[in-house]
Design a protein around this ligand. Structure first.
Ligand code: PGA
Length: 246
């Protein structure tokens, strides 16, 4: 899976221009699940424009409740109504800037699954945590909390994105050794609950993935794809990353 997280970028008109440039460039990427994650307001337009193509459209967040007094939020049934295929949950920017908690994620991950949305649960350590030797402790906490209420037989359906926070938007990418070590650890955490499900779980790397470093990262044994921010905003550079996964 190669997923592009557009964050707070692209109006509907900009998204339309982008998708017309992207579709012909990824039409032959066999075996790669290509995902774009636009802002809420461009979801409907992107679902319509990608129908019949290999590109899936996911949201960047959702609320855990199906409805209620939660001003400014969007729910799983609302995303499903638009034919959105999945949702990023617990991105570090949601956690750091918007108070997203592990407790809410415990509910969001199973709520997305039950609604038929593919969840991408994001985890990752800060630079301080890595320097202190706390990377594994942080990952253990985030993975265990995020998956706590997922039934064991569905664990393998969750996509987990390992994104070292110090590598997001910084141009600093984890070394292959750092990425592989952390991602094998993430998979081992799933295996603590079910070895069979851990083999099915797809683990993505995120953090300054670019056309020139994608192939090396995607070749690592525990890397099943990438979550791409900045480099996904340009159709040509995103298509180059998709091609590196093919
Ligand atoms: P980046 O963002 O590729 O711009 O580092 C990755 C992400 O936030 O998912």
């Amino acid at each position: 899976m190669i997923a592009g997280n557009w964050k707070l970028h692209k109006t509907v008109a900009e998204a339309e221009a982008y998708i017309q440039a992207l579709l012909p460039r990824v039409s032959t990427a066999d075996g790669v699940e290509v995902v774009i994650c636009p802002a809420y307001l461009a979801l409907q337009a992107m679902v319509d424009s990608t129908r019949g193509s290999r590109v899936a459209v996911y949201a960047q967040n959702m609320h855990q409740a199906p409805e209620g007094a939660f001003t400014g939020e969007v729910s799983a049934p609302m995303l499903c109504e638009l034919d959105v295929g999945g949702v990023i949950l617990g991105h570090s920017e949601r956690r750091e800037l918007f108070g997203e908690t592990d407790r809410a994620l415990q509910l969001k991950v199973p709520a997305a699954l039950e609604a038929g949305l593919q969840p991408i649960l994001c985890v990752g350590e800060t630079e301080d945590e890595r320097d202190r030797g706390d990377t594994e402790r942080k990952l253990r906490h985030q993975v265990q909390e995020g998956l706590a209420k997922v039934p064991i037989e569905r664990l393998g359906e969750i996509v987990i994105a390992y994104e070292p926070i110090w590598a997001i938007g910084t141009g600093r990418v984890a070394t292959p050794a750092q990425a592989q070590e952390a991602m094998a650890f993430v998979r081992a955490l799933v295996a603590d609950r079910s070895r069979a499900e851990a083999d099915k779980t797809r683990v993505l790397y995120g953090g300054s993935v670019k056309p020139d470093n994608a192939a090396e990262l995607l070749a690592l044994p525990d890397v099943d794809g990438a979550l791409v921010g900045g480099a996904s905003l340009d159709a040509e550079s995103f298509a180059t990353i998709v091609a590196a996964a093919g």
